[in-house]
Design a protein around this ligand. Structure first.
Ligand code: HEM
Length: 268
């Protein structure tokens, strides 16, 4: 059994507590034949909220030196840029050096909300995200509050537990009834939960689907007890891999990278 560090980043701690990942050298027996395999639409559409993390300019680096930036929408549908001037390698390096946008900012980068699809005169990624929620026909936010163990709101003030007062006030001017509030809109305005970089409802939806993926799949890589299961040594080799390793192996010119590639290089 590997030892658990006391100073785990809270995201990892949450994932361990929820049973999304396990700290073990053996198989994990969490297959549940009663779970139907699949992806819930709330996961696919809801995770578009991560557009809020996306800065407008993409920074390019070479050997740790800043080389310049390109507006992110300029690369939408225009991958030819990647073939020139080593830009693919420099954008790859930028991916693990550039920080996310200010969080929680509740304001998206202008490039993302004004011209995200450059072939259009104007396009707004948040408006598209809200629209996709309607396309999917999601029930109101209140239904998800119930699903996620919160009390459905009867009046606007009941939302204060998850959404700041100033935002609730704006919502109350836009919607006739609190029960009309849409899931995607609420996801965009919810406060972050402690120790995480997202609001409670998207967190609940993501945990639900991440568990579904592993529990509904008899052949999930950590499951044992079937002829084609990985051996324990194979399993533990795979467990040693990391996003830093993947970027080193497949990035064009990755020479140095922080071992936890989703964390910023220090000092912050
Ligand atoms: C360069 C920055 C980015 C641009 C220009 C961009 C643009 C887009 C566009 C145009 C769509 C499709 C909208 C439609 O339905 O018509 C989309 C979908 C999506 N984006 Fe982004 N995005 C960016 C970054 C991100 C990031 C950083 C994340 C998450 C970490 C993300 C997550 C998603 C998801 C989950 C979808 C839905 C995919 C699906 O329906 O299968 N995007 N994005």
């Amino acid at each position: 059994m590997r030892t658990l560090s006391k100073n785990l980043p809270s995201g990892r701690k949450n994932a361990l507590e929820k049973g999304i990942i396990y700290q073990t050298d053996g198989y994990v027996s969490d297959f549940d034949p009663h779970q139907e395999p699949g992806v819930i639409r709330e996961y696919v559409v809801g995770t578009r909220w991560f557009h809020t993390y996306q800065p407008g300019p993409l920074d390019m680096y070479s050997k740790g030196e800043y080389q310049g930036s390109i507006s992110s929408p300029l690369l939408t549908l225009r991958t030819g840029y990647l073939a020139n001037n080593n830009s693919e390698a420099q954008l790859t390096e930028g991916c693990y050096i550039q920080p996310a946008d200010k969080l929680p900012g509740y304001v998206l980068a202008p490039d993302m909300v004004e011209r995200v699809v450059p072939l259009h005169v104007a396009s707004d990624i948040t408006a598209i995200d809200f629209m996709r929620g309607r396309d999917a026909g999601f029930p109101p936010y209140n239904d998800y509050r119930k699903f996620c163990g919160m009390k459905p709101a009867k009046k606007w003030e009941d939302l204060y537990d998850t959404i700041d007062k100033d935002k609730v006030e704006i919502l109350s001017r836009i919607y006739d009834e609190v029960d009309d509030l849409e899931l995607m809109v609420a996801i965009y305005v919810e406060r972050f939960i402690p120790g995480a970089f997202l609001g409670p409802t998207l967190y609940c939806i993501m945990v639900h689907n991440l568990l579904l993926w592993r529990q509904s799949d008899k052949f999930f890589f950590e499951h044992g007890g079937f002829p084609a299961a990985l051996t324990i040594p194979q399993l533990n080799e795979i467990r040693q891999t990391s996003i830093a390793r993947v970027l080193c192996d497949s990035g064009d010119d990755v020479k140095y990278i922080q071992p936890a590639a989703f964390f910023r290089q220090g000092p912050w």
